[in-house]
Design a protein around this ligand. Structure first.
Ligand code: ADP
Ligand code: MG
Length: 696
C-alpha cells in the first residue's frame, strides 16, 4: 500500500491545498468565510473556482457537480463538464465563481412535502464552504445546501447548519457568563459508528425482496443464527478483510477518518467507525461512507446491506451518533474538568442536556423514525422506542447529592457544592458502559444509539443541537439576570435535576420492567413512525424551530409529510413485492414439490398396492393447506394495496399501512416461512437465510 499520510485526503480540496495554491489574500478571505460564515465576494469566488478546477483537472476530473442531500435521505448530484467552447471548434476547461457558489437544478422531482408547487419547479444549491470539495468518479463534488426558490430548505444540510448556529449562539452566552474570553465559536462534534451486512452478490441478485426493499420479506430461521455469539469481534474473514482494506483506502483518499473496523453480533454483520469531526462534515462524510461501502462491495463480488433489519430473527443494523460540543479552541465542554469552575460549567451543560432530552423526547424519537428502524427499536437488539438517558452511577450520585444534599462519595460523605467542589473522576472503562441505553454518557460525549443504519445523521443532530440550544438559552436568560451568579447557578442546576431526573435511567433498557417503569414516569413510548410523527407539528415544536430559525412552520410541515409519505411508500413497495414473490415463485415452488410427491405416491401404489403412503399424504395435506392459506392471505394483502386507496391525509394513510398492511404482511410471512421449512431445497426459488448469512 502506498504511503497513508500521503494518500489521506489526496482527493480533497482541503485547507492544505488551499493554502498551497491560492493567492494569500484569497486564502485569507476564504478562511474567514469557512471559520466565521462571512459571505464570499464574487472576485474571490472566481479565483477559488479556477484554482479548484486546475487542481481537479490535474487529478483527472472532467466534470463538476453540486453535491447535496435532498429529503430522499441519499445524496444527489448532476454533473456538468468543465468544457467551454472557444474558437475553431476547440474547448478549454472553465469553472467560474458563479458556478461554484450557486447551482439551479430542477427541483421538481425531489420530495418537497407540498413546499414547492410544480409550476415553481426551480430550486437552487448553494456552496457550503465549511465542508471540503472532493473528487469522486472524475467529478469535482461541491458540498451544497439545497433550497426552493423561496428559500425554504429542501435538504438535510441547511437546517443542520442552522442548528449549529443556534447552539453556538446559546453556548457562547453561557461561556461568557463563566468568564471564558478565548472561545469565539462553539461547535458540535459527531463520530457516527456505522453497522452493515455483507453478503455474496450472486445470492443477493436471486432475492427480489433484497433488490426491491433492502430487506428479506421471507425466510425461515436457519439452524444457526447468532446463538453462539461467535461473530462479535471475531477474526475477519479474508474476503471481508480485503473489502475493508479497500474501503479504508477509498475513504482515506476522501479525507474520511475511517478508524475502527470489526465484526458485529450477527453473522455477516460488521461495523466501521470514523474519528469524530464537526457535525456537518461528519454528516457529509457519513453519506459518502455509505455510498463508498456499497460501491467497493460490488468490486469484491459482495453486496453491502445498509437496511436496519435485513433479516428477521437476528440483529439489525444501527448507527451510533457520538455527540459532543466543544469550543473552537478545542475544549470539549462535556469533559468534566479539574477545577471547581470547569466542573460547574460541565454540570450546567449536563443539566441542559438532561432538560432538553426530557422535554423533547418526541423530537429525538422522530429523528430516528423510519419504516426500517421500527423493526429494531424495542426488539431486544436496540434501545426501545422510549427515550431515556444513562449517566452512570457516579454521576448519578453527584446529581443526587446536588438535589438533596446527600453524600455523593460513599467514603468521604461530603455533598457537592456547585462552584467550589471538584467532581470525582468518572470511570470511562467499558465496565461502566450501558449498552442498552438510547442516550448514554460515555465520559466526555453522549452516544445516541437509536439511529437506523440507513438514515442520514443530519436529522438526529438537527434535533440534538436545537433542543440543547433551547435549554442553554433558558439557562442563559436566568443567569444573565442574576445578581449572585454562583447562587443562581446552583439553583438552576438543582431545579433542573429535580424537574427532569425521570429521564435518567441507568438500568437495562431492554427489560419489560423498564417499559412499565417508564410509563409510570410518564415517558413517551412511541412505538412506530406513525405514532411518533404527529408530534412533529405540535405548536410547541413549531415554536421551538421557529425561535432558533432552524425550520419555519412550512418547513416543519413539509418534513412531516415527506417522512410519513416515505413510510407509506416503503411499506407499499414491500407489500407489492411480497404479493409478487408469493404468486410468481413461492406458490409455484410449493406446487411443484407437491406434484412430485403425489407422483411418487402414485408410482409407489402402482408398483405395490398395499404400500404405505403415509409420509406423502401427510406432507401433501400439510403443504396443500398451508399453500391455500398463504394464497388467501396474499390476496387479502393485495386487496389492501391494489389499487391504492384514497385517504383523508397522509397520517391516516400511515396508520393504515402500520395497523393493517404491515400486520397482514407479518401474517403472510409466517405461513410462507413454514412452507419453506417443508419444501425440498432444490424446489425453493431463493437462497435461504443460511445461504445468505454464511455466504461470505
Ligand atoms: P467507544 O465506542 O469504545 O467509546 P470511542 O471512545 O473511540 O469508542 O468513540 C466512539 C466514537 O465516538 C468514535 O467515532 C469517536 O471518534 C467518537 N468520539 C470520541 N470523542 C468524541 C467527541 N468529543 N465528540 C464526538 N464524537 C466523539
Ligand atoms: Mg458505540
Amino acid at each position: 500500500m502506498s504511503n497513508i499520510p500521503e494518500m489521506f485526503g489526496s482527493m480533497v480540496f482541503n485547507d492544505t491545498v488551499m493554502k498551497e495554491r491560492l493567492p494569500k489574500d484569497t486564502y485569507k478571505a476564504l478562511r474567514k468565510t469557512r471559520e466565521q460564515g462571512k459571505p464570499l465576494d464574487s472576485q474571490v469566488a472566481n479565483v477559488v473556482a479556477n484554482t479548484m478546477k486546475d487542481w481537479a483537472v490535474e487529478k483527472g476530473a472532467t466534470h463538476f457537480t453540486h453535491w447535496f442531500q435532498p429529503m430522499t435521505g441519499i445524496t444527489a448530484e448532476k454533473h456538468d463538464s468543465f468544457i467551454y467552447p472557444v474558437e475553431n471548434g476547440k474547448v478549454i476547461m472553465e469553472f467560474s465563481g458563479k458556478e461554484l457558489i450557486k447551482g439551479e437544478p430542477d427541483a421538481s422531482s425531489f420530495p418537497s412535502g407540498g413546499l414547492r408547487a410544480t409550476f415553481e419547479a426551480r430550486g437552487y444549491t448553494a456552496w457550503d464552504p465549511t465542508s471540503n470539495a472532493f473528487i469522486k468518479d472524475g467529478s469535482l463534488c461541491i458540498p451544497t445546501a439545497f433550497c426552493s426558490y423561496g428559500g425554504e430548505a429542501l435538504d438535510k444540510k441547511t437546517p443542520l447548519l442552522r442548528s449549529m448556529d443556534a447552539i453556538d449562539k446559546q453556548a457562547m452566552r453561557i461561556l461568557k457568563l463563566f468568564g471564558n474570553t478565548e472561545a469565539h465559536r462553539v461547535i458540535t462534534t459527531v463520530g457516527p459508528e456505522q453497522e452493515y451486512f455483507l453478503i455474496d452478490k450472486a445470492m443477493y441478485e436471486k432475492r427480489k425482496d433484497l433488490i426491491y426493499t433492502g430487506r428479506t420479506l421471507f425466510g425461515a430461521k436457519p439452524p444457526k443464527g447468532q446463538e453462539l455469539e461467535d461473530h462479535y469481534f471475531g477474526v475477519i474473514k479474508p474476503r471481508v478483510s480485503a473489502y475493508m482494506k479497500e474501503l479504508d483506502e477509498e475513504l482515506w483518499k476522501l479525507g474520511i477518518f475511517a478508524k475502527t473496523k470489526h465484526n458485529e453480533v450477527a453473522p455477516s454483520q460488521h461495523e466501521l467507525a470514523p474519528i469524530f469531526t464537526t457535525s456537518n462534515v461528519a454528516s457529509d462524510q457519513n453519506q459518502l461512507t455509505m455510498e463508498i461501502m456499497k460501491k467497493v462491495a460490488t468490486k469484491h463480488g459482495l453486496t453491502c446491506l445498509l437496511h436496519e433489519k435485513p433479516f428477521a430473527g437476528i440483529n439489525g443494523s444501527g448507527k451510533h451518533n457520538n455527540w459532543s460540543v466543544s469550543t473552537d479552541t478545542g475544549v470539549n465542554l462535556l469533559e468534566p474538568g479539574d477545577s471547581p469552575r470547569e466542573n460547574a460549567q460541565f454540570l450546567l451543560f449536563l443539566s441542559a442536556i438532561i432538560k432538553a432530552v426530557d422535554e423533547h423526547q418526541d423530537l429525538l424519537r422522530i429523528s430516528v423514525a423510519s419504516a426500517g428502524n421500527d423493526h429494531r427499536l424495542g426488539a431486544n437488539e436496540a434501545p426501545p422506542a422510549i427515550v431515556s438517558m444513562f449517566i452512570g452511577d457516579e454521576l448519578s450520585s453527584v446529581l443526587k447529592s446536588i438535589e438533596d444534599g446527600s453524600s455523593y462519595k460513599q467514603q468521604d460523605k461530603v455533598s457537592m457544592t456547585i462552584g467550589s467542589d471538584v467532581l470525582p473522576a468518572f470511570p470511562k472503562d467499558s465496565t461502566d458502559r450501558n449498552r442498552t441505553s438510547p442516550f448514554a454518557f460515555t465520559g466526555n460525549k453522549f452516544e445516541f444509539r437509536m439511529l437506523g443504519s440507513t438514515v442520514s445523521i443530519a436529522c438526529a443532530n438537527i434535533m440534538l443541537n436545537t433542543i440543547i440550544a433551547d435549554a442553554l438559552c433558558t439557562f442563559a436568560d436566568e443567569l444573565e439576570k442574576a445578581d449572585d451568579f454562583n447562587a443562581k447557578l446552583a439553583e438552576v442546576i438543582k431545579n433542573t435535576i429535580k424537574d427532569h431526573s425521570r429521564i435518567i435511567f441507568n438500568g437495562n433498557n431492554y427489560s419489560d420492567e423498564w417499559v412499565k417503569e417508564a410509563e409510570k414516569r410518564g415517558l413517551l413510548n412511541l412505538r412506530s413512525t406513525a405514532d411518533a410523527l404527529p408530534y412533529y407539528i405540535s405548536d410547541a415544536n413549531i415554536a421551538l424551530f421557529e425561535k432558533y430559525s432552524v425550520l419555519t412552520k412550512t418547513e416543519v410541515y413539509s418534513r412531516y409529510e415527506i417522512q410519513l409519505e416515505n413510510y407509506c411508500k416503503q411499506i407499499h413497495i414491500e407489500a407489492l413485492t411480497m404479493v409478487d414473490m408469493v404468486k410468481k415463485d413461492i406458490i409455484p415452488a410449493a406446487c411443484s414439490y407437491m406434484k412430485d410427491i403425489s407422483k411418487e405416491a402414485i408410482n409407489k401404489k402402482q408398483l405395490c398396492a398395499d404400500i404405505s403412503c403415509e409420509l406423502e399424504e401427510s406432507l401433501l395435506k400439510k403443504l396443500s393447506n398451508l399453500s391455500a392459506d398463504l394464497y388467501k392471505k396474499t390476496l387479502v394483502l393485495e386487496d389492501s394495496v391494489v389499487p391504492e386507496k384514497e385517504f383523508k391525509d397522509v397520517l391516516e394513510q400511515a396508520k393504515f399501512y402500520r395497523n393493517t398492511v404491515f400486520v397482514q404482511m407479518e401474517e403472510t410471512r409466517v405461513v410462507a416461512d413454514e412452507i419453506e421449512s417443508l419444501v425440498g431445497e432444490k424446489y425453493w426459488p431463493y437462497p435461504t437465510y443460511g445461504d445468505l448469512l454464511f455466504s461470505v
